[in-house]
Design a protein around this ligand. Structure first.
Ligand SMILES: NCCC[C@H](NC(=O)CCC(=O)O)C(=O)O
Length: 444
């Protein structure tokens, strides 16, 4: 049986904006209050996804969330007509309105943690939506994320969906952005590497001083239990808290893995060598640990260029390619490093650059924009086929963006009742294109 690693990219929603909501995410803070370009953002994402489909990869899309999120605004006491709710929130609590308008669900690496069937005891693909409790604007995502995942992977013979973890800092969970699976082949049992920022219970373990550690050890352990993973196929590793304080708010800003490659910065982890020994022992096969030294690329350059927020993919011919943001080309140290990487004897033979600047300006690179789901051919066939990107779906989605998205959006536009209507109209049509059923509150 053939096996694939599918990428499901998050479609950028019609309210894509820069409100500076993510403390600890340098790009989000630095670009606060800039005008955004929702139409360009959605098209940049679609281009990148389509390029992977054209390379022969299995590529899908995940629908964005309903924003403005009127049900959250009502839950916190705003009432009356929808127009009333928006205008009262804009006057009385503009920060809350902004939190209810973020298009942050586009970063589907934070949608969920996924374990492929080869790793799980019951032989199903397991999904746990991330609770994203560290940020208010993201903590309102998991229920709808669960609906969208169930409508996309909608066959219980193959897919098992869990509820997100309890909504408390103890179980802070950011999904696949802190999870990498290493394996010799996508269809073989692998080692799932869970990277956490802090422990909620062990007071003696190090913590960042300035910025929040969004993922806890306890959350990662809970997900590994839910997913029926064996202890012998899991490794829990702590991210270096010093780099969190330098803007590395998710592990996928400082390392990325694919099959038997782990590409990482030398400052990424704590106890690096002993943990790598554990990975080697549990993998039982040769692993390429590609270490980038600080003197080659400083943390500040890694954070600015998103060198590690690249996707490493295995092409149908068996070679690996890096999908990088064009920001990596523009940073001299990083560009020089990537050119050199291709001359080293690693499985990575190619680098492809994509302009995803609209997403980058909110701290999301190519890897943030996708959720990886390794599947065999039966499982791929069981996916909702309307969510898989081919020429037809790509063209329909581009036309859909042209029809419904604004060219430009300012944070002050978020209270515009017309934006709510545009957004709902767009999403209602999208659920028909992707045949998702009624996944949104406004449709229920
Ligand atoms: N994996 C990349 C996630 C980026 C995301 N940015 C944001 O939410 C920015 C939203 C804003 O500032 O409007 C985050 O920090 O969780």
């Amino acid at each position: 049986m053939k096996h694939f690693e599918a990428n499901f990219d998050g479609l950028v929603g019609p309210t894509h904006n820069y409100a500076g909501l993510s403390f600890g995410n340098v790009a989000s803070y630095n670009n606060a209050a800039q005008h955004s370009n929702p139409k360009a953002a959605a098209k940049q994402g679609l281009q990148k996804a389509k390029a992977l489909a054209d390379l022969g990869m299995v590529q899908g899309v995940l629908a964005p969330q309903e924003r403005p999120d009127l049900s959250t605004l009502r839950r916190i006491g705003f009432s009356g007509t929808d127009v009333q709710v928006l205008s009262d929130a804009a006057k009385q609590a503009p920060a809350l309105l902004n939190s209810c308008c973020s298009a942050s669900s586009m970063w589907t690496a934070n949608a969920a943690t996924v374990s492929p069937s080869a790793d799980t005891r019951n032989g199903k693909v397991h999904f746990t939506p991330a609770n994203l409790v560290d940020k208010l604007h993201r903590s309102i995502e998991p229920l709808t994320t669960g609906n969208i995942l169930q409508a996309t992977f909608n066959d219980e013979r193959h897919f098992q969906h869990h509820h997100h973890l309890p909504e408390h800092a103890h179980f802070g969970d950011e999904g696949a952005a802190n999870h990498t699976r290493l394996c010799s082949d996508y269809g073989h049992a692998g080692v799932e590497l869970f990277v956490f920022g802090q422990s909620a219970t062990q007071a003696n373990m190090p913590k960042p001083a300035k910025f929040p550690a969004r993922q806890t050890l306890e959350a990662s352990q809970a997900v590994s239990r839910l997913h029926q993973l064996d202890e012998e196929s899991c490794v829990f590793m702590q991210q270096n808290p010093e780099v969190i304080d330098l803007g590395v708010f998710h592990n996928d800003v400082i390392s990325v893995g694919n099959q038997n490659v782990l590409f990482y910065h030398e400052q990424a982890f704590l106890d690096t060598q002993s943990k790598f020994d554990e990975i080697r022992r549990k993998m039982n096969t040769n692993v390429h640990f590609i270490n980038v030294a600080t003197e080659q690329v400083a943390i500040a350059d890694a954070v600015k260029s998103y060198l590690f927020n690249t996707q490493i993919i295995t092409l149908p011919n068996g070679n690996m390619a890096i999908i990088a943001p064009s920001d990596c080309q523009e940073n001299p140290a990083v560009h020089a490093y990537l050119n050199e990487l291709l001359t080293l004897n690693t499985p990575i033979k190619q680098v492809l650059y994509f302009d995803v600047k609209q997403s980058m300006q909110n701290g999301g690179g190519p890897a943030c924009l996708r959720l990886r789901v390794a599947m065999n051919e039966q499982e791929v066939a069981a996916v909702n086929q309307h969510t898989l990107l081919n020429d037809d779906v790509f063209n329909r989605l581009n036309l859909w963006v042209d029809k419904h998205y604004r060219d430009q959006l300012a944070v002050s536009d978020l209270a515009d009742p017309q934006l709510l209507i545009e957004s709902r109209t767009a999403l209602d049509e999208l659920t028909q294109i992707l045949k998702l059923g009624s996944v949104y509150q406004f449709q229920r």
